[in-house]
Design a protein around this ligand. Structure first.
Ligand code: NDP
Ligand code: MG
Length: 334
């Protein structure tokens, strides 16, 4: 089954020209989407709490930010671009009662809609337009005349007009220049969570740590272990990005390729694949969402403790030192 993909010719920006688009949050996605929409000639207002660098950034970009409640009141399309764990509370306290029938409530990740934290009132449709890239890329690609591919989905029972508005919105942020893939809220939410847990963040971090520990415990120098198991990962991922597994295997030595085929399946085993299925099932049943929102609402104690402990790992310490030797890296510290 091939996905439906929309391009510029499928989207009509005029559908938005008499509408006000309220962007709530001026973070990674908010600052990028808001500026792109404004540069596309659309009417954009910002809902951003005062007293933070993001508020000052919005002002320096020529916006006059208002409260989330005020932005929800003024907007015809209201896009909630706050951290996922925050959205449900802000929606209930500041947004819901300011929505009018005919408004469209938007998001860039379906987490809160799918897991019942954001329930729109009668007459308000849900619309997801999700760029498949971080905010700075959404902005820089647009400025360069391109765009980042997006996903589009509408909530249950949404009018066909809502999809058309979504395509116009995607055009406004540059998405239709690259391609906009039709999906559903549940598919976007579940695949996004699975990807970051099993592969992109959870899977890769744990793989790197395990490889590093194996070498260090066997008596090799931590600096060597860092280069082999973390630093060089970028090289491999860049090859994936350009040409998939085949191009990576074409570019590395035959020895590396043979080791890949014969050893890889011993690292990611049938047991690992079974665990991936369990992780997916926990996402589908809402168990992960409940656990994460409970953690957030109880003050994120475990989350913050784990963050601090992970920042202190030996691989992080040796990495910090080594990155200082590599001036071309543009090393970052948190
Ligand atoms: P950020 O963390 O970059 O931005 C958060 C914004 O929310 C800031 O303006 C921040 O303001 C505000 N905020 C944070 N906490 C609160 C609070 N308690 N009350 C009111 N405002 C608050 O978010 P992202 O742009 O990363 O994520 C936004 C959405 O986009 C999420 O749904 C995410 O899943 C989705 N998304 C993100 C992508 C990414 O690459 N980042 C990619 C695709 C989708 P302040 O400065 O005052 O804290
Ligand atoms: Mg994601």
């Amino acid at each position: 089954m091939a996905a439906t993909i929309y391009y510029d010719k499928d989207a009509n920006l005029d559908l938005l020209k008499d509408k006000t688009i309220a962007i709530l949050g001026y973070g990674s996605q908010g600052h990028a989407q808001a500026q792109n929409l404004r540069d596309s000639g659309l009417n954009v207002i910002i809902g951003q709490r005062p007293g933070s660098p993001n508020y000052d950034l919005a002002v320096s970009h020529g916006f006059q930010p208002v409260s989330a409640a005020e932005a929800a009141k003024q907007g015809d399309l209201i896009n909630i671009l706050l951290p996922d764990e925050v959205q449900g509370d802000v929606y209930r306290d500041h947004i819901r009662d300011n929505l009018q029938p005919g408004n469209v409530l938007m998001c860039s990740h379906g987490f809160n809609v799918h897991f019942g934290q954001v329930v729109p009132p009668q007459g308000v449709d849900i619309l997801l337009v999700a760029p498949k890239g971080p905010g700075h890329l959404v902005r820089s690609e647009y400025e360069a005349g391109g765009g980042v591919p997006c996903l589009i989905a509408v909530g249950e029972g949404a009018a066909d007009d809502t999809l058309q508005l979504g395509l116009a919105y995607a055009k406004g942020i540059g998405g239709t220049r690259a391609g906009v893939i039709r999906t559903t809220i549940s598919e976007e939410t579940e695949t996004d969570l699975f990807g970051e847990q099993a592969v992109l963040c959870g899977g890769v971090s744990e793989l790197v740590k395990a490889g590093f520990d194996t070498l260090v415990e066997a008596g090799y120098q931590p600096e060597m272990a860092y280069f082999e198991c973390m630093h060089e990962l970028k090289l491999i991922v860049d090859l994936f990005y350009k040409g998939g597994l085949s191009y990576m295997r074409y570019s590395v030595s035959n020895t590396a390729e043979y080791g890949d085929y014969t050893r890889g399946p011993r690292v990611v085993t049938a047991e690992t694949r079974a665990e991936m299925k369990k992780i997916l099932a926990e996402i589908q049943k809402g168990e992960f969402a409940k656990q994460w929102l409970d953690e957030y609402r109880q003050g994120s104690k475990n989350f913050l403790a784990r963050r601090a402990a992970e920042r202190d790992l030996p691989i992080e310490k040796v990495g910090r030192q080594l990155r200082r030797l590599m001036s071309w890296i543009d090393a970052k510290e948190v």
